[in-house]
Design a protein around this ligand. Structure first.
Ligand SMILES: [Zn+2]
Ligand SMILES: [Zn+2]
Length: 325
């Protein structure tokens, strides 16, 4: 928001509800001010802050949203590539747009008439984590955990068209060209034991479901919002839960300290549902990069149940397999 205000003045009316809350805080802390005509402007403190942060890669990167040659708003990265890929349906200021694609730091969108069949789109993507530095270590229920600095690369390769509001999948579409964005952040790495009597897909189903459940549990345990944290799971039992905002937000540090409680909550989520093997009430997530495929509530219940009751000390092994988000 500070970077945007230096780039060109804007009014708070173009911001999302969350951004408005952040704006209020930045004004209260003296990083931004509001002019008499309602424009958001940087203060001296804000400019100094930004200059000091500029060398950190990925912070403050925003995409301008252009409709009919006019800028209608901004979207920060990495969210922009997940919401404005070519073909994306994008809601902004009460209007419906379709994205024509992102070039450089600009996303081009076209308004579509309200009469269009009501559909929504969600991105198909995967995320590659690169561990950079271990900041802290621990053991929870026998499971090794680390608080780490890491590089996250999101790769959007397609999207799902869903009927709105029922959310039923109509079709899947691959992008001609993948979109990717990399940034540094902080997160937790959890080393869970893969089961020797399950194949790679079965283990992937379990850990992907545990990853979703842990992100839901984080909302209850530390008060995180659904999009504050991202997650990646591997069939080798490696689970990453990280701050979704470039540079980190401090939430994963809080979660690192309360992981025992979060694992209990995650077990409640996967064990208390009465569905067949996963549903929107337990492990399905609207932010899943796989359209909630390769997820098994029952396998997650089995793995977490054994960890919580047996508390066997597990020794971390090498990571392998395809990342699921
Ligand atoms: Zn369920
Ligand atoms: Zn997922």
């Amino acid at each position: 928001l500070i970077a945007m205000s230096i780039d060109s003045p804007y009014k708070s009316t173009i911001l999302s509800e969350f951004e408005k809350k952040v704006l209020d805080n930045l004004v209260a802390e003296g990083f931004l001010k509001i002019s008499k005509r309602g424009y958001v402007l940087p203060t001296r403190k804000g400019r100094i802050y930004l200059r000091e942060r500029e060398n950190i890669r990925g912070i403050g990167d925003v995409v301008e949203i252009i409709a009919n040659g006019k800028r209608i708003g901004y979207r920060e990265l990495p969210q922009a590539i997940k919401e404005l890929f070519p073909g994306a349906i994008y809601l902004h200021g009460g209007k419906i747009y379709i994205s024509l694609g992102i070039r450089g730091k600009k996303a081009y969108v076209k308004p579509i008439p309200h009469k269009m069949p009501p559909v929504s789109t969600s991105p198909l993507y995967y995320t590659v984590p690169e561990d950079e530095k271990t900041l802290d270590r621990g053991i929870v229920n026998g499971i090794p955990i680390e608080y780490i600095e890491l590089k996250i690369t999101d790769i959007v390769y397609g999207y799902v068209v869903k009927s709105f509001p029922s959310g039923e999948t109509i079709r899947q579409q691959l992008l001609e060209k993948e979109l990717s964005y990399g940034f540094k952040t902080k997160g937790i790495l959890i080393y869970m034991p893969p089961r020797a009597d399950w194949n790679e897909i079965q283990n992937a189903e379990a850990f992907h479901a545990i990853e979703h459940a842990l992100i839901s549990a984080a909302q209850m345990v530390i008060g995180a919002a659904p999009t504050d944290m991202g997650g990646i799971s591997f069939p080798s039992g490696h689970i990453y839960i990280y701050d979704a905002f470039p540079g980190g937000s401090g939430l994963s540090k809080l979660l690192f300290e309360k992981l025992e409680k979060a694992m209990d909550k995650a077990y409640d989520i996967v064990s208390r549902c009465t569905c067949e093997d996963g549903c929107p009430r337990c492990i399905f997530s609207p932010y899943c990069g796989n359209n909630n495929q390769i997820l098994s509530r029952r396998k997650a219940e089995k793995v977490l149940g054994e960890i919580l009751t047996l508390k066997i000390r597990y020794k971390a092994e090498h990571r392998f397999g395809k990342p699921l988000v």
